[in-house]
Write a protein that binds this ligand. Sequence first.
Ligand code: SF4
Ligand code: MG
Length: 321
Amino acid sequence: IEPLVKVENLKKHFPIKGGVLGSTVGQVKAVDGVSFTIKKGETLGLVGESGCGKSTTGRMLLRLLEPSEGKVYFEGKDILSLSSSEMRKMRRDMQMVFQDPYASLNPRHTVEKILEEPLIVHGMRNRQERKKRVKELLEVVGLSSYHAGRYPHQFSGGQRQRIGIARALAVNPKLIIADEPVSALDVSIQSQVLNLLQDLQKEFDLTYLFIAHDLGVVRHISDRVGVMYLGNIVELSTSEELYDEPLHPYTQALLSAVPIPDVDVKRERIILKGDVPSPSNPPKGCAFHTRCPQAMERCGSERPAFQEMKDGHYVACHLYG
Ligand code: SF4
Ligand code: MG
């Protein structure tokens, strides 16, 4: 069966302006050739440090940012070829939940107004119908119609994210791109919101692209996980296998920082040297070679191919294959 989402060689290069005439002096390769699929009903986690291109990738899927190159298919349709009015209709099926619900909710609008907006945009003209839908949405995310007349600042962070989720659900999307939806929340609240997202997925048959910088957060919610470094996916596999048998040295380092509840398993903490290099001047060869504890000579000149090592487990590293 066809995946719900298929991304091929997706790139986003931003020009760097400089010089006296403001000419283009270089490029930031924010996303530099990313490919993956997401099956219907699946959650694909996308993990990496800030600036690795994960949010940019998510935004390109909705065309909130136009890709520089590559393809995005949704239900087999090439969405980059759609006109803006066709794309507007398509957005009904693809919604976004943002990291900072406070910044993404208009502070001067009541919750009711915030939730009515997507309904109006997508053609629900009857006011009574909209009110009914708002009530439904609030209940679905664990709030109540009693909250409808309140403003965003009257809610806690966790409740605000519930409102953000309700807004994304308003028009019955098929795909939700959640960009660090719990990163701004207290740890105690994080699991509540993650549980809610999982319940909603079952109830409404949703497909998720779940973006996070923390492997610990994506672990339980994701069926498969892609690890990004400097604009590329360096490893992709089922969540289970990625945690049990990480292949890429970068994944191994990220995982070594995740606390393991099981005391019998001891993972030595791998500290990476240096910072992530600038995406305007990524290292040649394997982009990770400047920090990789296992780098070999060829890593500085040859870019490793992204290849399938086992069924569905892909890695880009010269240590394999
Ligand atoms: Fe490390 Fe070389 Fe593998 Fe890159 S290709 S991750 S530098 S071993
Ligand atoms: Mg981000």
